[in-house]
Design a protein around this ligand. Structure first.
Ligand code: ADP
Length: 551
């Protein structure tokens, strides 16, 4: 007997004769597999003269960008790159990075943006694991690429941007010159086809290769554009590394909106302020570390600008101190939550009209919460990992955040076990712990691995960090578990002091915490010094946990 799928029951006899089931076929007139590449074709025809990308003195119109992408696709095709071939790229936020995000998928090939801050062995591992057939490399990373390539057993087609000095490389500009600006591309026949391969940044250990589809990237582009309010008037500044979750899908989102993208190689506050003023930047994204750099920029780096700049922050909740300073400087902060596995942002904190009546402190606390799925994500929830049932919306019971929808990755490349674990039960299991509030908002407490359990009580490291960051001399705080003979674990705080500030003593810090939190949450150990960060600016808590164990 055939099993009946309750979601798709078998048609009842006679249904085929139903008027809605007849002569209403899916044809190429009414059904086209979704792909982000078509967003560029549309932008070039609708807004060909508009500036798509600015990099220093270089200005590319949408017509230029489309022609360059078609040239690149055609040039790579002439070297035998085609459907499902992996093309890796090692580059800072330069126009070529944006071009690759369209040209490689145009061929049905898979783009693998590589983390530029990794060591040669890990780059070589990614090239081998991802099965790269070509590597596009920008001059700044030529030495890194050369060392990684030396560890690979097979040759790759190497395409060098600028003066990149890599043996046997062909020049990116020569490849474009040889390519056809009218290259005919067709798009995938199946929108589920793989489009990008993104290795997670490894905050909790082994990098895994999340695979995106054309459909997912298209929807995420639109979801981002709507959520962040991108329009053809928007000017988007690249303060987020484009290699990180494909820049949270913003290369596609910006093009969907026909916005202008401003390239930036290095996140330096002086350059950020200068570009904001010079180009009338309206939007930027970044991890809290980027906001922190902007917020703590010395007076000499700051330039006044008349517009209000929308600034999306994700990767960790922004502290109240950062939100306050950013607002004072002319930024409007939007808090996002997501992961490489969800094409970047999956949920957002949507400001409610009555928040204007809240005190600043209450408003910042609300802004640090999450819970509203992007329009293109199907659902989110906080679930008891043992029972798989939603936790009560009581603001106290801790559960795991789960995500479901078309903007969740296809899975991890070549890792069926990790894929099955991550997507078990029809949800993406984020491994992030949170409580659900009665108003439906979600307050992230920790990663499952980061929560501190002291005397049987759960301590959210994020909560303790939020208080520490309010200390006037503290720039960055990370709190991890340290083994404790009495309590099992106790909180251990690692602190970076603001440049030029008088460093507090550990007694000062502990006294500051005692006044502001329950006794059991107060760090028992305080360590000053620079914090180890991942290439995307996230604090590597596993390194700190090791350090805390050795104290
Ligand atoms: P990695 O997992 O290697 O750090 P990701 O960039 O995919 O790489 O990180 C996603 C993780 O970042 C999430 O699972 C979550 O732990 C954390 N994160 C993202 N956004 C937020 C946020 N708004 N608040 C707290 N944590 C966040």
């Amino acid at each position: 007997m055939t099993e009946i799928d309750p979601q798709h029951p078998a048609p009842s006899p006679g249904a085929a004769r139903h008027p809605f089931a007849r002569d209403l076929d899916r044809t190429s007139a009414n059904y086209v597999p979704l792909t982000p590449v078509s967003l560029l074709a549309r932008a070039a025809s609708a807004a060909g003269g508009r500036i798509a990308v600015i990099d220093g003195d270089r200005h590319l119109s949408y017509a230029d960008l489309y022609a360059r992408c078609r040239r690149l696709a055609s040039g790579l095709a002439a070297h035998g790159i085609g459907t499902l071939d992996t093309v890796a790229i090692l580059a800072p936020n330069v126009p070529e990075m944006i071009e690759a995000h369209f040209a490689v998928p145009m061929l049905g090939a898979v783009l693998n943006p590589l983390n530029t801050r990794l060591d040669p062995a890990t780059i070589a591992f990614s090239l081998a694991h991802g099965g790269a057939r070509a590597l596009i490399v920008e001059s700044e990373y030529a030495p890194l690429a050369a060392r990684a390539l030396a560890e690979l057993e097979r040759p790759l087609l190497v395409v060098a941007i600028g003066e990149a000095d890599v043996a046997d490389a062909i020049s990116y500009e020569n490849l474009l010159a040889s390519g056809d600006p009218d290259h005919a591309w067709t798009g995938p026949t199946d929108e589920w086809q793989s489009l990008c391969l993104l290795y997670t940044s490894g905050t909790t250990g082994d990098p895994k290769g999340a695979v995106y589809s054309h459909r997912g990237a298209y929807l995420q582009a639109l979801g981002n554009a709507v959520t962040f309010g991108l329009t053809a008037e928007s000017v988007y500044l690249w303060t987020l590394p484009m290699f990180h979750c494909s820049g949270w899908s913003y290369p596609w989102a910006s093009v969907a909106a026909c916005a202008t993208q401003i390239c930036l190689r290095k996140v330096e506050p002086a350059a950020i302020f200068r570009l904001i003023a010079e180009h009338g930047v309206t939007h930027l994204c970044g991890a809290p570390i980027v906001l922190s750099m902007i917020a703590h920029a010395p007076e000499s780096d700051r330039v006044a600008f008349p517009q209000r700049v929308r600034c999306a922050v994700g990767g960790a909740a922004p502290s109240s101190t950062i939100i306050r300073t950013m607002e004072e400087l002319g930024f409007q902060v939007l808090h996002l939550y997501g992961a490489t596995e969800s094409y970047g942002p999956a949920t957002v904190c949507l400001a409610q009209p009555d928040w204007t009546e809240l005190s600043d402190a209450d408003r910042y606390a609300r802004m640090a919460r999450q819970g509203v799925p992007l329009a293109t994500l199907e659902a989110t929830g906080v679930v008891d990992p043992e029972t798989d049932r939603p936790v009560p919306q009581d603001g106290a019971t801790v559960g795991e955040i789960r995500l479901r929808g078309n903007t969740v990755m296809k899975g991890y490349l070549g890792n069926p076990d990790a894929t099955a674990r991550a997507l078990a039960g029809g949800w993406y299991r984020t491994g992030d712990l949170a409580v659900w509030h009665p108003d439906g908002s979600v307050e992230i407490k920790d990663r499952a691995k980061d929560i501190i359990i002291s005397g049987g009580e759960n301590i959210s490291s994020l909560e303790v960090e939020e208080v520490l960051m309010r200390h006037p001399a503290i720039m960055l705080a990370a709190v991890v578990a340290r083994p404790d003979p009495t309590w099992g674990e106790s909180p251990c705080a690692f602190l970076e002091v603001k440049p030029g500030a008088e460093p507090p003593t550990d007694h000062d810090v502990i006294a500051f915490c005692r006044e502001r939190m329950a006794r059991f949450k107060v760090p028992k150990t305080v360590v000053f010094g620079p914090l180890p960060k991942t290439s995307t600016g996230k604090i590597q808590k596993f390194v700190l946990r090791d350090r805390a164990r050795g104290l």
